[in-house]
Ligand binder design. Sequence first.
Ligand SMILES: C[S@@+](CC[C@H](N)C(=O)[O-])C[C@H]1O[C@@H](n2cnc3c(N)ncnc32)[C@H](O)[C@@H]1O
Length: 340
Amino acid sequence: MKNFIERSVLSFNLTKTVIYTLEYRIIYFLSRSFSPYVKAPHRENRKDLIEYLRNQVIEIHKIDAENVANNIYPIDVIIPKASRDHVKNLPKLLLDSLRISRRRKLNIKNDINQEDLGDTPDYLNRNYHFQTDGYFSEDSARLYEHQVEILFSGTAAPMRRRLIQKIKEAHSFERPIRILEIGAGVGTASVDFAKSFKYSSYIVSDVSSPYLKTAKKRLKGDFEFVKARGEDLPFKDEEFDLVFSVYLFHELPRSVREQVIKESHRVLKKGGVFAICDSIQKDDDPLLNQVLEGFPLDYHEPFYKDYTLWDAKNSLADSGFKNIHTDHKLLSKYWTATRD
Ligand SMILES: C[S@@+](CC[C@H](N)C(=O)[O-])C[C@H]1O[C@@H](n2cnc3c(N)ncnc32)[C@H](O)[C@@H]1O
């Protein structure tokens, strides 16, 4: 039975990878045909790299399948979150890819309606990934998850939820817990986390109102939605058993990253767990260093290079965290740490 579950999950995940890869090819073709941009140097001689990445993609899907078979999370996490929206959004997404490509070509990074920003800090006033409206419109929120899955060939969700496995290795969490998610975006990880932990309260937080609004629409159940910056959390000391973030840190300036860690330490209960899933860093996998160099150029990520060089373990220890563990697979890296 376990083997059957593993094989089924693997086949299902690989099918998603085929679909997203196909969509990537279409977008690439459209962008190159209608709005060509200068090729980044890392795009040369890619054959070996693609072969290597292909094997890593299969690996991450195998890990996902094992985690389902071992009850780390339930099987329904693999069901696409919004298949109807996927088809409905496709034409918009293809059209938007041309706008993105144009922005990339002309290096337009601050094409954001300032009225939508409100009191957002300066470092966020930009088109991350050259995406339309940055993180500050409902249209952007609608397309975001789909765009990320295309970028990662359908491995983004499995890479995100591998953090659940890492957290469960750090703590058994037998009783219902209080969870805080920082930079939750449109709630992609929240769906899987809520199915995998017993919780008495789950706070989904982000700095973007439109992204939170979209998260609110999709997350039915016992969630609280709070607009908050990770570096200035509106919570009391020692409120949570688990604080985590996914793909947040690489988008923050170093001083903000350090402050998010301090704030997470402050709001965690003693013995609580802090967990991060983010990009791999320089030399985690030397074969992928060239991908790390190209990514910030192609996807407008101004703090990414510094992130890849940042010693997160040191920052966690400086803030008082103990039992710091790291691991990485494909393009994602995981940290877990406990508050003393
Ligand atoms: C790359 S997205 C990741 C979203 C989501 N966690 C995911 O896995 O798809 C980064 C998210 O962090 C949010 N964000 C950026 N800076 C933030 C900050 N200082 N505090 C809280 N959220 C922030 C953005 O609005 C965006 O939703």
